[in-house]
Design a protein around this ligand. Structure first.
Ligand SMILES: NC(=O)c1ccc[n+]([C@@H]2O[C@H](COP(=O)([O-])OP(=O)(O)OC[C@H]3O[C@@H](n4cnc5c(N)ncnc54)[C@H](OP(=O)(O)O)[C@@H]3O)[C@@H](O)[C@H]2O)c1
Length: 306
């Protein structure tokens, strides 16, 4: 990746140009950049789906936002790692005043994935116990905040002491170390042997087989992240009437996406959702950011500042 000057963007009737103040870095950006993902853009391209900034210009048919509105994006047409991003009107969402642009850049992919996994795939309800397996990164922190605000009992895991402290501060009732060989026994102990109702799984190729043994009767595990293959014993699912649910944010139908963003904006407004920014880097450091996000020791989001 390298910086290049390109002409200013112009919106067509139902489009919006956003002056980007911060762009969110997500693991998927690295998979796409390295060509190891099912979505392969035509080269050259500008990476990134998540940005926050101010509306700079609008097409003549746009009604939902005006020039100057603070917004975050849920995808762009032109790419988010840039000074300007061209978006469909449906891809921009108003950013509450108390949320900084860097926090705004941390909203879309992590919070929408966490919301969709928890409520639209697992159908988790208040009073259930949720294990956020990998709670220190963008999606995990979002999931902890969402589940806690919805009245669930939350168990989160992290690989570093600093990360685990953060997960506790974000509202998890219990925090475990996913690097410890005993952490799954601890999950059973915390639930008096009953198991958890929902698991949000960030690294299924490592954990899915053992996750199935941690589920309560009727439990659901949602595969959010996976970086390889895994062998499972299907009997673990049979014995519990359990479900393994996949999810990919790109597959979200438009109506359900609208529900997600309405809920996220409400949560940002009322303070239950508080995106955690670990580091702001200049846009020119995007290659470094892609290296950093793949290292262990997650602590919220990395954002790029154009
Ligand atoms: N399906 C979708 O639509 C969708 C959407 C968003 C993200 N994702 C995927 O979901 C995953 C998480 O995304 P993110 O944005 O939160 O990434 P991130 O900020 O880089 O965080 C990665 C998380 O994985 C955790 N992890 C590392 N080893 C683990 C293990 N053995 N067991 C459980 N968790 C472990 C990390 O914990 P430590 O660093 O503390 O060890 C950290 O919490 C990525 O694979 C991403 O590609 C999928």
């Amino acid at each position: 990746m390298r910086l290049e000057e390109v002409p200013d963007l112009k919106p067509s009737p139902k489009q919006v140009v956003v002056r980007v103040k911060a762009a969110g870095v997500n693991p998927v950006d690295t998979y796409i950049r390295s060509g190891r993902y099912s979505r392969k853009p035509v080269l050259p391209y500008t990476p990134g789906t998540d940005a926050a900034g101010q509306v700079e210009s609008i097409g003549e048919s746009v009604t939902r936002v005006a020039v100057g509105t603070r917004v975050y994006t849920s995808g762009t047409i032109s790419g988010a790692y840039a000074e300007q991003a061209l978006c469909e009107e449906s891809q921009v969402h108003s950013l509450p005043r108390q949320i900084s642009y860097s926090q705004g850049a941390a909203v879309n992919t992590p919070y929408a994935a966490a919301y969709r996994a928890l409520f639209q795939r697992a159908h988790a309800v208040s009073g259930e116990t949720v294990l956020v397996h990998g709670a220190t990164g963008g999606v995990g922190i979002a999931a902890v905040q969402l589940a806690r605000a919805a009245g669930m009992k939350v168990i989160g895991t992290g690989g570093s002491a600093r990360g685990r402290d953060l997960v506790g501060e974000q509202g998890a009732h219990h925090v475990l170390d996913h690097g410890s060989p005993d952490h799954l026994d601890e999950v059973l102990a915390l639930t008096d042997g009953r198991g958890v109702d929902v698991i949000l799984e960030m690294l299924a190729n490592v954990n899915l087989d053992r996750d199935l043994k941690l589920l309560a009767l009727g439990g659901r595990v949602v595969v959010i992240g996976s970086r390889g293959r895994v062998e499972i014993d299907p009997r673990d699912a049979m014995n519990r009437d359990a479900a393994i649910l996949g999810m990919l944010l790109f597959n979200t139908p438009e109506r359900e996406a609208a529900t997600i963003h309405a809920a996220l904006i409400a949560g940002l407004e009322n303070g239950t959702l508080r995106p955690v920014v670990r580091e702001e880097m200049p846009l020119a450091d995007a290659p470094h950011a892609h290296h950093e996000i793949m290292q262990p020791g997650a602590y919220g989001k990395i954002v790029l500042i154009p």
